[in-house]
Ligand binder design. Structure first.
Ligand SMILES: Nc1ncnc2c1ncn2[C@@H]1O[C@H](COP(=O)(O)OP(=O)(O)O)[C@@H](O)[C@H]1O
Ligand SMILES: [Mg+2]
Length: 211
């Protein structure tokens, strides 16, 4: 069977990633594409446990940036081998709420870890199983936060960072999109939902056509 396609959705908090993922699932299914969805950090039982560790607001001990990065990649290694690769190899498409670009954006941009270290882990753990399409939902961090606040879920440990952290995260996302415009499509996520979905539909149509 032919390998499935791999799509990731990226963006800062409240950009609309989870909302977009639902739309993408529905749209691909309507086009007779067998798609499964997942998220990072997480996606397997163990990786979800690591997610809980790394995102839980901890009062007793600060997590060092290096520890955070390695936990993200530990979860990713598990996710790749146990979930993403088997699904792609069985011909399914995989859509994930966050993936490798988030490590560059959050741990590189946000935390200031040298990109070379992230590239090293990227080559080792992700290798050639790269998303063929990444939808970057771009929004000013403060606008995203207003949305997330309305959604009303508690902030996790990383979401509790200050605004300048998310400005750096966004900058790295946009910089990566500039470096790799074939793969990373920037979606203006600041507009009403129907207008976001129109942009996503256009990108997906184009992607399905050249599959
Ligand atoms: N384009 C949009 N305009 C207004 N509100 C939106 C839009 N997209 C999503 N939302 C709402 O904003 C909140 C955050 O969206 P969500 O998909 O959870 O973001 P993320 O997963 O990126 O954090 C949700 O309540 C969602 O319904
Ligand atoms: Mg979400």
């Amino acid at each position: 069977m032919m390998q499935g396609k791999f799509i990731s959705i990226e963006g800062t908090e409240g950009a609309g990633k989870s909302t977009a993922l639902q739309f993408i699932k529905q749209y691909l299914t309507k086009n007779n594409i067998d798609v499964v969805w997942t998220r990072e950090p997480g996606g397997t039982e163990l990786a979800e446990e690591i997610r809980r560790l790394v995102l839980h607001p901890m009062s007793f001990e600060e997590i060092e940036p290096e520890t955070e990065l390695l936990l993200m990649f530990a979860a990713r290694a598990q996710h790749m081998k146990k979930y993403i690769l088997p699904a792609l190899n069985s011909g399914k498409w995989v859509a994930t709420d966050r993936f490798i670009d988030a490590s560059y954006a959050y741990q590189g941009g946000g935390r200031g870890i040298a990109m070379d270290y992230i590239t090293m882990l990227d080559k080792w753990i992700v290798g050639s199983t790269y998303p063929q399409l990444t939808l970057l939902l771009d929004i000013a961090p403060h606008q995203g936060f207003e949305r997330a606040e309305k959604r009303g879920t508690d902030k996790d440990r990383i979401e509790q960072e200050k605004m300048d952290f998310f400005v750096r995260v966004r900058d790295v996302y946009l910089e990566r999109a500039k470096q790799d415009p074939e793969r990373i499509k920037v979606i203006d996520a600041s507009v009403p939902l129907f207008a976001v979905e129109n942009q996503i539909r256009d990108v997906l149509d184009e992607f399905i056509k050249r599959r």
